[in-house]
Design a protein around this ligand. Structure first.
Ligand code: GDP
Length: 289
């Protein structure tokens, strides 16, 4: 996954989605349940305008369910229908067509009133890279659709995928860029593995991860890594590094002179976080807004 989001590419991505909007009734905006705001495209409201929309929090199996419920309530307050799913196993994925039809209820009623037999509602999945668009499309289709995605300059016919009898999806999702001007967003995405480590320094990513973990899930990391002393002040960088060093010592990441190998320690922390070894972790909550 190496998409370089140059300005020209963003313009093209945006145009491709806007062209597709003409073909569909509803957008399924896919977000990562662990980072619903950081995984959101910064121009999404402007791009979609008043197109009906269902927000789907994917990878909810990796997020903590209490925080996910808070996010669903927060989106509802903004007037957006929102559900949480796990596309890797298919949990709650079959609620997507049901919710889509509920959102389009008025349109369907109008068709019925005009004597038109309501057709399947047409949807488009949009989201940033790695959020799970292909996985969800395959789940909804109930079979493997070739991994396509938008490639600039490559035109191909649009295909509709049937999702049961009541919904159809465009086979190629809309790929949007993340909000990468914001450093914190970059680190949060990197923690989930959505941004490659070559772009950001592994120790910096782990530093941000430990800071979030200490703040939101201290008992979990204390238990997992066997560290005992919580930082006195989480805004104090030295204290966060001290926790990282404690973790490194517990895991035997030492270099000459008995110093802690922070790079190796950082790799371990991030691998365990991403693999779900620390349990279900949400990296941002509505209270962080
Ligand atoms: P895309 O770039 O948006 O099309 O993302 P992909 O569908 O390729 O998924 C990116 C990665 O996330 C893959 O490794 C998927 O297996 C994984 N993934 C997708 N959905 C889920 C989910 O709901 N839960 C978990 N745990 N992993 C998921």
């Amino acid at each position: 996954m190496t998409i370089q989001w140059f300005p020209g590419h963003m313009t093209r991505a945006r145009r491709q989605i806007q062209d597709k909007l003409k073909l569909i009734d509803i957008v399924i905006e896919l977000l990562d349940a662990r980072v619903p705001i950081s995984s959101r495209n910064p121009m999404i409201d402007e791009i979609l305008r008043d197109k009906p929309r269902l927000i789907v929090l994917n990878k909810s199996d990796l997020a903590d369910s209490r925080t996910t419920e808070q996010w669903i309530a927060a989106f509802a307050e903004q007037g957006h229908a929102c559900i949480a799913v796990d596309s890797s196993t298919g949990t709650r994925v079959n609620e997507i067509p049901v919710r889509a039809r509920a959102i389009l209820h008025a349109m369907i009623e109008r068709q019925i009133a005009k004597g038109i037999k309501p057709r399947a509602v047409r949807g488009l999945i949009v989201g940033i890279p790695n959020v799970g668009k292909s996985t969800l499309i395959n789940r909804l289709a109930g079979r493997n659709i070739a991994a396509t995605g938008d490639r600039p300059g490559v035109t191909k016919g649009q295909q509709w995928i049937k999702v049961g009898t009541e919904m159809e999806l465009l086979d190629t999702p809309g790929i949007l860029w993340p909000k990468f001007e914001d450093q914190i967003v970059g680190y949060r995405l990197a923690m989930t593995g959505a941004i490659r480590e070559q772009v950001l320094n592994v120790e910096d990513i782990a530093f941000f991860a430990v800071k979030v973990l200490v703040k939101r899930y201290w008992p979990t990391i204390a238990e997992r890594f066997g560290v005992e002393t919580p930082p006195k002040d989480i805004e104090d960088a030295d204290e966060i590094v001290r926790v990282m060093e404690d973790i490194g010592r517990k895991r035997g990441c030492l270099i000459s002179g008995g110093r802690v190998d922070l790079e190796k320690t950082s790799g371990i922390i991030l691998r365990e976080l991403r693999a779900g070894k620390l349990g279900r972790i949400s990296l941002e909550g509505p209270d962080d807004l």
